[in-house]
Design a protein around this ligand. Structure first.
Ligand code: FES
Length: 234
């Protein structure tokens, strides 16, 4: 397989051809923030938190394949501010009450907010009225926290490939629901995986709340973006 070289903020990064900008960055120890992207899932480029700039054009690093000689801008102040504004929009669009959330300390949105030092969003809070759903025997769906990354839709399927999580409705009423009949077939392992794959606290496993105390969770120990040198997926 041929090898390519790109630069990210002036730093030369080598990689086999055919990898995305995000993958090249990750294997070279360069951090690009992501939310909808997840290891082993086909990227869909929906959140745009990974936006980088190449020759003046903005593109999603998780979907754009790197081409030999590309000069990628990743940490320009305006790019970082664009990412910050996306995160702020996600916060005001839902109801993210971190202190009472089971995922606090394991939440990628919260961890990115810390990384980007978000104190007060520049946009007005929407305070949408959304219900919590307990229709699945093993799961709670907390729609107030959902950022519609579709990671659950893409990753949780039955053995014969049917999707358990499905987008429902349109526009601002869109939500990620479950097929109640298929949700009844969820195994304990699938329910746990659904909770893990969710970057926020929108999918919660019933009966195991706060199993790991706040303060001892993933991002309590290692802030997001500081693990890239180890080649970890996220
Ligand atoms: Fe690339 Fe969401 S991580 S668009």
């Amino acid at each position: 397989m041929s090898e390519i070289t790109i630069t990210i903020d002036g730093r030369a990064c080598k990689s086999p051809a055919g990898r995305t900008i995000f993958e090249v960055a990750r294997t070279n120890g360069v951090y690009i923030p992501t939310l909808c992207n997840y290891k082993d899932l086909r990227p869909v480029g929906s959140c745009r938190v990974c936006t980088v700039r190449v020759a003046g054009r903005y593109m999603a690093a998780c979907t754009q394949v790197a081409i030999d000689g590309m000069a990628v801008e990743n940490t320009a102040p305006d790019l970082e501010d664009m990412r910050r504004s996306i995160l702020e929009m996600l916060f005001v669009e839902g109801n993210h009450l971190c202190p009472s959330c089971e995922k606090s300390g394991n939440c990628e949105l919260q961890a990115l907010a810390y990384r980007y030092q978000i104190m007060v969003p520049r946009f007005p809070f929407q305070f949408p009225v959304r219900r919590v759903e307990a229709v699945a025997p093993k799961l709670l769906l907390e729609h107030n926290r959902c950022i519609q990354c579709l990671r659950c839709v893409r990753s949780i399927q039955t053995e014969d490939g049917r999707r358990i999580f499905v987008p429902q409705n349109r526009s601002r009423w869109r939500k990620i629901g479950v097929d109640p009949r298929l949700a009844a077939e969820l195994t304990d392992e699938m329910a746990l995986k659904a909770m893990e794959v969710c970057p926020v606290g929108s999918i919660l496993r019933k009966g195991v709340g706060f199993a790991v105390p706040i303060g001892r969770r993933k991002f309590d120990k290692t802030p997001i973006g500081t693990d890239v040198a180890e080649g970890l997926p996220r």
